[in-house]
Design a protein around this ligand. Structure first.
Ligand SMILES: Nc1ncnc2c1ncn2[C@@H]1O[C@H](COP(=O)(O)OP(=O)(O)OP(=O)(O)O)[C@@H](O)[C@H]1O
Length: 428
């Protein structure tokens, strides 16, 4: 499977819930079947006694995941983002083989260690020491290999004094510390972590993030579910955003976080990036672009003086790229009014890249007069144009208080194009 370690194809997970779920909590299939057997027995009794049958107990299908497909490469740290009930835990449970998918399939190349809920993988009656060996053995490690890691695990978890105490006597904090230490140190090829960091204190959370970072540097893969966007963007390069069981975004983590924070269903753009092919050598490809107005996504509306970021997601399809970007901005009369080329701004080309990355061209105070503008994006790689997208974005610029003076320059017949930062003084 080359460097692809996880491949999910049209994954689906269906749960069946009874309509009369007690206390509003989920019912597993087993609960539903038991409940139904009971209901059937009661109904048979009613029938024997000549009582009328009461209908109304119905079963409902809930698709926790639907048509989920993605690939994850070796050494990638991927964040799974989504609101409560989006399907994140269900996805991790399938990847950790705790539950089977109802549809589709997943191919995994490597040993998975997962930390999904406090307690997963630990035997309550066994001591901390015994659980370390048990988990190591489950991960396919020899006793010698576990011995080599043992002190590091105990040290990381900070549980020396309680090593021989059954883990059922541990506080939840101790439990999580040990569980994380075991999962991260026993050299799994794929580490799956679900929100566990919420339980530890700030210092331990920092330690965990550092350790997960090390795990990816060693070429191993990390999948991380969290509602903590700061932690997610610090650790992960890519995010997969889920909403109602479906993937709504799969790309650079910064974009994924924006989509999540702004409750968007996606960052809309009329261009279908998925189906377009590169206009150039294709060594790099533009895969998405969007606008931020004062830090929030916008389709095209901005005002003079706003902080505007033009964000472009690229995919790198070559080894050792040397690259730079350029934006061309045209007004509604077709005049090319700005050319923003990173080679001139930075003085050098960029050279190092992950597979997917986000480039941002920031205008701290947009100096354009009200009009409609077209933005063309190009990327040059190893001295040749790799991709070019005409009309990637449009900017609809409205009047704004560019100078912060409370007065807005009027638009007249012969409007200027640009607003210049300048000063007026009087010498007496
Ligand atoms: N055992 C179950 N039986 C029935 N429905 C379930 C079960 N587990 C999950 N679901 C349903 O599947 C959907 C996805 O749940 P899941 O726990 O995967 O979401 P999540 O994104 O992890 O949420 P959270 O952030 O709250 O942990 C929810 O609508 C939930 O109602």
């Amino acid at each position: 499977m080359s460097d692809i370690v996880i491949k999910a194809e049209n994954l689906g997970k269906k749960y069946i819930i009874g309509h009369q779920a007690e206390n509003g909590r989920y019912q597993a299939l087993r609960d539903v079947l038991m409940h139904n057997a009971q209901t059937l027995w009661n109904k048979t009794k009613d029938l024997a006694k000549g009582n009328p049958l009461i209908h109304g107990d119905t079963l409902e299908e809930v698709w926790a995941l639907k048509d989920v497909s993605f690939e994850i490469r070796r050494g990638e740290a991927v964040g799974i983002i989504g609101r409560n009930g989006a399907g994140k835990s269900t996805l991790l449970k399938i990847l950790s083989r705790i539950t089977d998918p109802s549809a589709g399939r997943v191919t995994i190349d490597g040993r998975v260690a997962s930390l999904l809920e406090v307690g997963t993988g630990f035997h309550p009656e066994l001591s901390g020491r015994e659980n370390i060996y048990l988990n190591g053995t489950i991960l396919g490690m020899s006793r010698k290999e576990i011995n080599q890691k043992f002190d590091e695990i105990v040290d990381f978890a900070g549980i020396e004094k309680y090593l021989d105490t059954p883990v059922k006597r541990y506080s939840s904090g101790m439990y999580v510390r040990l569980a994380f230490a075991v999962a991260a140190h026993l050299e799994p090829e794929i580490l799956v972590v679900d929100e566990v960091l919420a339980v530890g204190d700030a210092e331990f959370q920092k330690k965990c993030l550092g350790k997960m970072g090390d795990v990816t540097k060693e070429g191993r893969t990390v999948l991380f579910v969290s509602h903590n966007m700061v932690a997610l963007s610090a650790l992960c390069f890519r995010s997969i955003n889920l909403d109602s069981g479906k993937i709504i975004y799969n790309g650079h983590v910064d974009t994924g976080v924006l989509i999540y924070m702004n409750g968007l269903s996606n960052i809309d753009n009329p261009i279908s990036y998925k189906t377009r092919s590169a206009t150039g050598t294709g060594e790099m490809k533009i895969i998405n672009s969007f606008l931020l107005r004062n830090g929030k996504p916008t389709l095209s509306n901005v005002a003079c003086g706003d902080k505007v970021d033009i964000c472009i997601e690229f995919e790198c399809c070559t080894e050792k790229p040397r690259f730079h970007f350029a934006l061309d901005i045209y007004n509604s009369k077709g005049n090319r009014i700005a050319y923003c080329n990173s080679l001139y701004t930075m003085g050098v080309s960029w050279v190092q890249l992950p597979k997917i990355f986000l480039a941002k061209c920031s205008f701290p105070k947009l100096p354009f007069f009200p009009d409609e503008y077209r933005v063309d994006i190009s990327i040059h790689c190893n001295d040749e144009r790799a991709d070019y997208l005409q009309g990637a974005l449009s900017l609809k610029v409205y009047e704004g208080d560019f100078y912060g003076s409370g007065k807005i320059p009027p638009i007249s017949g012969a409007s200027p194009i640009m607003l210049l930062e300048h000063k007026w003084t009087i010498d007496n």
